[in-house]
Design a protein around this ligand. Structure first.
Ligand code: 5GP
Ligand code: ZN
Length: 109
């Protein structure tokens, strides 16, 4: 998708602060953080949302990446959020998992 900002970030044609990368997935800092630590974990290939067909396996991989990031960065507690569809608060229509952590403070829903 040429007009998708997260595809552009995945293809390195838009800059981002990358915190994790492998062949198929990328994590970078959210430009407008809602917590002391706020990353977005995305598949490099375009898929719209959790509501898209066959998203389940990719969702599992995004969670696997989140666990790896937490281990590598020694983050003991965190929150994982999928916004699904416009009515669910999803603004960017490229599947992403929000990874939020509080630094020294607690994160309560
Ligand atoms: P959504 O509301 O779609 O679940 O979340 C999209 C997230 O992407 C928001 O938290 C927003 O701050 C972030 N975001 C939007 N545009 C950019 C961008 O160009 N770069 C980065 N790093 N984050 C972005
Ligand atoms: Zn995309």
């Amino acid at each position: 998708m040429t007009d998708c900002i997260f595809c552009k970030i995945a293809q390195n044609s838009l800059p981002s602060e990358i915190v994790f990368e492998n062949e198929n997935f990328l994590a970078f800092k959210d430009i407008f953080p809602r917590a002391p630590i706020h990353y977005l974990i995305i598949p490099k290939n375009h898929i719209e949302s959790i509501a898209s067909d066959n998203s389940e396996e990719i969702a599992g991989e995004l969670i696997r990446a989140a666990k790896k990031i937490a281990e590598d960065k020694k983050i003991s507690g965190y929150k994982l959020v999928f916004n699904v569809g416009e009515a669910g608060g999803q603004i960017v229509p490229h599947l992403h998992l929000h990874f939020l952590a509080g630094g020294d403070s607690e994160l309560k829903i």
